[in-house]
Design a protein around this ligand. Structure first.
Ligand code: UD1
Ligand code: CA
Length: 461
């Protein structure tokens, strides 16, 4: 895509979304709508980007790719005006083609971008509108074709005649323009229409009037035109996106016996013969291996899960699970953790920024934070790694084959050597050498007969 650039129109305020944030930041499957659009450009190899932003520009900037330029549109005077606001960017790209996209239509695909550009170049068009055929064209601009099939004009819903309203081929809002032809025709468009706006769609007719080729490329996938104006529309987009991901996963051999509450990020991958159970959410570019059972009720975010793992009613954030790890129910694996092969944790265990070596087990009620734990360690019930002293977090090291008795506190920074034991209830503050038993608790005192004496003195209670 040499000599190609893209301009993303995103100055809409999204009043109807009733959001405090710009509309293009509304999320579809956990990703701002505008990020779907910029990612599609990147995948299609369109590198030079510019976004037209309005109110909340700073907030939008934070999700845009580093190299994306920004043009500000202070007053929202229509799509044509929005493009005019990016004149400087367009001037820099004279001689090439510009792809114009809407920041609130997330389903534009890299494939469609490539195919339509191929068509645009092949036909020698000055403008190629990406159109779609939809069952309900209400609200969209209609494509008016001349007798020879070429594109004559686009007429907006509000400006269309009754007859034109029956046309089901609509303007998706995405276009390829020869930059020079676009700049030239922008000079010619006015705002004498029902909305008093500068319509970008009028530039299409202007191109034709100037004797240049205007054409429409019909997208196979009509979803490319889908946008959202309000929360209901946004939910529709989420449904479409979710459906697509689930269908893809199943076609790749993932087992989804019941899809209730299952949401998988478009960028995530799941291996064959893995079962996803209801209430499973997989976010970010997470990778889940084969033969796993994930769910019910689990969240996996920006994480890697190996083959043959079980994740039951558990949250896993920015962490790595090697093969055959079993977690849950009711665990939380917080960022920076790595659970090596055959680790088992269950029943209210929390792990944070810690490495658990191969075969290590922690079956119940344990907190393991900022720790490097060896292989085959057994955490008794109620073990706590005391990683925070009120000022700083410290690391704890536990060697291989260590047995930590119930209710052990490991007060960081501290080291427990290989093959050592801690007695139940110990609060360990000093390093324990290998092969040792540490008992760090108050000595037990038994007062024989004491209760009998008290009963005799105070009577039966
Ligand atoms: C536009 C098209 C219509 C097409 C539809 C597809 C025009 C005149 N009409 O209509 O033919 O079928 O998109 O969804 O172009 N924007 C700005 N600044 C503005 C106005 C809009 O940045 O002043 C941005 C919006 O944020 C949005 C995009 O342009 O991302 C489209 O604007 P919108 O108001 O949704 O256009 P429609 O009326 O839906
Ligand atoms: Ca729209």
């Amino acid at each position: 895509m040499e000599k190609c650039c893209a301009l993303i129109l995103a100055a809409g305020d999204g009043k109807r979304m009733k959001s405090k944030h710009p509309k293009v930041l509304c999320q579809v499957l956990f990703r701002p709508m505008i990020s779907w659009v910029t990612d599609a450009c990147r995948h299609a190899g369109v590198q030079q980007l510019c976004a037209v932003l309005g109110a909340g520009a700073e907030e939008v900037r934070s999700v845009l790719p580093q190299n994306c330029k920004i043009a500000l549109q202070h007053e929202r005077l229509g799509t044509g005006h929005a493009v005019m606001c990016a004149r400087e960017f367009l001037e820099e790209h004279r001689g090439g083609d510009v792809l114009i996209l809407c920041g609130d239509a997330p389903f534009i695909s890299s494939r469609l971008i490539e195919q339509s550009h191929h068509y645009h170049c092949g036909k020698g068009n000055a403008v190629t509108v990406i159109s779609a055929r939809v069952a309900d064209p209400f609200g969209y601009g209609r494509i008016l074709r001349a007798a020879d099939g070429s594109l004559e004009a686009i007429v907006e819903q509000r400006d269309a005649t009754e007859e034109q309203k029956n046309i089901c081929e609509i303007n998706s809002g995405a276009y390829w323009f020869a930059v020079d032809a676009l700049l030239e025709s922008l000079e010619k468009i006015g705002c004498s229409n029902s909305q008093g706006e500068y319509y970008l769609t009028d530039a299409v007719a202007a191109v034709r009037l100037a004797g240049k080729r205007a054409d429409a490329y019909l997208a196979e996938d009509a979803d490319a035109a889908l946008g959202a104006n309000d929360r209901k529309g946004l939910q529709k987009l989420n449904q479409v996106a979710r459906r697509r991901v689930l269908d893809r996963l199943m076609s790749e051999g993932v087992d989804i016996p019941c899809e209730d509450g299952i949401l998988v990020d478009e960028r995530a991958s799941v291996g064959r013969d893995t079962t996803l159970l209801p209430g499973t959410i997989i976010r970010g570019a997470s990778v889940v291996g084969e033969d796993c059972v994930i769910g019910p009720g689990s969240l996996i975010e920006n994480s890697t899960v190996g083959n043959g793992c079980v994740v039951d009613n558990t949250e896993i954030l920015s962490s790595e699970l090697e093969d055959e790890v079993k977690i849950g129910p009711y665990c939380r694996v917080r960022p920076g953790s790595r659970l090596c092969r055959k680790v088992k944790i269950g029943n209210f265990v929390e792990v944070k920024n810690a490495v658990l070596g191969e075969g290590t087990k922690s079956a119940h009620l344990t907190y393991i934070g900022d720790a490097d734990v060896g292989a085959n360690v057994n955490f008794g019930c109620g073990v706590v790694v005391v990683n925070y002293d009120g000022w700083q977090k410290h690391r704890t090291t536990v060697g291989d084959n260590v047995f930590l008795g119930c209710n052990t506190n490991l007060v960081a920074p501290v080291k427990v050597g290989d093959n050592s034991y801690t007695a139940a209830g110990s609060t360990v503050t000093k390093d324990v050498p290998p092969d040792s038993l540490v008992i760090a608790r108050a000595p037990e005192v038994v007062k024989e007969g004491r209760i009998k004496q008290m009963r005799e003195k105070f009577g039966k209670k």
